[in-house]
Design a protein around this ligand. Structure first.
Ligand code: NAP
Length: 302
């Protein structure tokens, strides 16, 4: 088994993005602009937004965060998005999800210019993926493909099982892997016999949000294990059952441990696996920077 190191791949992406921004700045006199809109004060969202802002600044992206009160009206929020659509200095916009419950997510996102959709969540972007014509992909699935590319894992002809069918991970990664000539099966809560389906997989992509749901008995010898799940556990017995030793130490110090959807005991059966934390999760923000650069290049027509 070999660990697929998200930190290493993310660092490489960041290095490439930074170098390209520097060279484009010389040519065009401009740098990409990314604006993140956050509504309300969800603690996890605030942490994500801070890390996005920090990385953007580090790579030379003109980064801005617009913080709106949870009480903001639908009209005001849509008005802000339309303003950003018209702003020439802004190449990418990201509306941090989840929005407060009173908003219908799509009713809001539909007002964003698809040419500035840094997350590539809009129907136009997802449609382009289905047609295999996309240049910008949703960040987490894009990060998975970068990891596979970096470690030269060719998915052609592989039987891939994707567990989870969200529009941010499961569905797009299934289409993207199909475009790369894998044979893809997508599982969800209504799948009849999840263990039997997963057992056939040459590669498993788990995007569920349930600690250790993919157990060692469900994994074929030599399978590639890609774990998107991020589960924060704070009960001792759960931490001991699902978390790596390092995370168990963290639990002792901080009162919680992080684990993925793939049980740690399954790693030993794999050919490659992404750890949690330290795998796919570290790619997502780097791919947002990559996407912002692609949108910028499209807008300045380089
Ligand atoms: P989501 O919208 O929460 O959906 C979860 C999916 O898992 C659904 O399709 C659901 O099926 C399926 N599911 C739930 N329980 C299941 C079960 N017992 N058997 C089979 N399928 C089951 O998912 P998400 O937003 O993609 O997030 C998934 C996980 O990835 C979460 O832990 C999240 O924190 C993590 N995540 C990490 C990153 C990152 O950067 N690393 C990015 C995004 C998400 P139904 O459709 O039938 O309900």
């Amino acid at each position: 088994m070999k660990k697929l190191d998200g930190k290493e791949v993310s660092a490489k992406i960041q290095e490439q993005v930074k170098a390209e921004i520097e060279s484009l700045k010389e040519k065009t006199g401009r740098v990409p602009g990314l604006t993140v809109v956050i509504v309300g004060d969800d603690p996890a969202s605030k942490i994500y937004v801070r890390s996005k802002d920090k990385m953007a600044a580090k790579l030379g992206i003109n980064s801005r965060v617009i913080r709106l009160d949870a009480e903001v009206s639908r009209q005001e929020l849509i008005g802000k998005i339309k303003e950003l659509n018209e702003d020439d200095e802004v190449d990418g916009v990201l509306v941090q999800l989840p929005l407060p419950g009173k908003f219908d997510t799509w009713d809001i996102l539909d007002h964003l210019d698809p040419g500035k959709d840094a997350d590539s969540f809009l129907p136009a972007g997802l449609g382009m993926i289905l047609l295999n014509r996309s240049r910008v992909f949703p960040c987490t699935p894009a990060g998975i493909l970068k990891i596979l590319e970096y470690y030269e894992i060719d998915v052609t002809g592989m039987d891939v099982v994707v567990v989870g069918r969200s529009f941010i991970v499961g569905k797009p990664i299934a289409a993207m892997l199909t475009n790369l000539h894998a044979t893809v099966t997508v599982c969800h809560t209504r799948t009849k016999d999840l263990p039997a389906v997963v057992r056939r997989a040459d590669m498993v992509v788990a995007a569920v949000g349930k600690a250790g749901i993919i157990g060692p008995d469900m994994v074929k010898e030599g399978a590639v294990l890609i774990d998107v799940g991020v589960n924060r556990l704070n009960k001792k017995e759960e931490v001991e059952r699902y978390c790596t030793e390092r995370q168990q130490e963290k639990f002792v110090k901080k009162g919680y441990g992080i684990c993925g959807d793939i049980h740690k005991d399954a790693y030993a059966k794999s050919s490659y696996y992404t750890p949690v934390p330290g795998g796919v999760g570290l790619m997502t923000v780097a791919m947002l920077m990559h996407n912002t650069l692609q949108l910028f290049k499209k807008r300045v027509k380089t």
